[in-house]
Write a protein of this length. Structure first.
Length: 267
């Protein structure tokens, strides 16, 4: 696996090897867990060349967000990416991605203002912008995202469709701990007590899913099962393709999001 930090170096490394081959891109912010690995492995099995980007994108954090405390361990990430068969790890600096004078932003209207967007204004502008930049740098055949970030996935699909990017967007299921908590880089910030409390989030979503299947109100059922956790929102979120029950909660200083697709059986 080659690690590259400059856009030009990545383009030069890709140029001689991509002709006639499929290229898979997995955008990430690092601090890898089994959710990331599942995307690397899917890309590895479906594409000839696998590129993973590792960039904690300041544009998708706002003042007061956890940019400074976002977990970072590039050495460990490099090891895990290499073990999953990644060919190129693109780990640029902030200056490389947003040099002085940077002024162009991508807004996916409507979708970006709901759910997460209401609590993190500007977040999806940062997400859409960095995704489009990465797509332009790598020119992938397919990009891989986790269902865990359902709204992000919907927004990237909209972006790809609206701007005729001609990229296939693959969405892979959420990987969970044994007790059901969705894996997240932010889980490392939870104390033992908070970690125990966090389990109410997937349980509430499951309760919502059960209510939905029996014709009840999924939002009310989920809210009633949050066990004292304070939700930013619990909402049914529909895109063209799927309907999910999504929620965000704050536990101490950590903010967790999760969702369940309502149109699928729970495992
Ligand atoms: P992040 O590094 O948190 O920006 O996530 C990079 C990619 O991994 C995104 O497409 C996420 O949706 C995906 N991802 C994060 N957590 C999980 C998970 N528990 N299961 C599957 N995919 C995930």
């Amino acid at each position: 696996m080659k690690t590259l930090r400059r856009i030009r170096a990545l383009r030069e490394a890709l140029e001689p090897v991509v002709a006639g081959r499929t290229v898979g891109l997995v955008p990430t912010m690092g601090a890898y867990h089994a959710g990331h690995s599942s995307l690397f492995e899917a890309a590895r099995s479906e594409c000839d060349i696998v590129v993973v980007s590792l960039f904690v994108n300041p544009a998708q954090f706002e003042a007061g967000d956890d940019l400074a405390s976002y977990p970072r361990d590039e050495k460990r990430d490099r090891r895990l990416a290499k073990a999953a068969g990644v060919d190129f790890l693109f780990a640029p600096s902030t200056e490389e991605m947003y040099p002085a004078g940077y002024s162009t932003w991508v807004d996916v209207e409507g979708l970006s203002e709901r759910l997460e967007g209401r609590f993190r204004p500007g977040h999806f502008r940062g997400v859409a912008t960095i995704c489009l930049k990465l797509f332009n740098i790598v020119r992938p055949t397919r990009v891989y995202f986790g269902q865990k970030d359902a709204q992000q996935t919907a927004i990237v699909k909209r972006l790809a469709q609206d701007l005729d990017l001609g990229i296939e967007i693959r969405v892979l299921p959420t990987i969970r701990d044994e007790d059901g908590l969705a894996l997240s880089s932010r889980n490392v910030h939870l104390s033992a007590r908070e970690r125990r409390a966090a389990i109410a989030l997937p349980r509430a979503l499951e309760a919502g899913h059960r209510a939905w299947r029996s014709g009840g109100d999924p939002v009310a059922a989920a809210r009633a099962t949050l066990n004292g956790l304070a939700p930013d929102y619990v909402e049914v979120f529909g895109t063209d393709e799927r309907l999910v029950l999504a929620a965000a909660v704050r536990i101490g200083r950590t903010r967790l999001i999760d969702n369940v697709p309502l149109d699928e059986e729970t495992p």
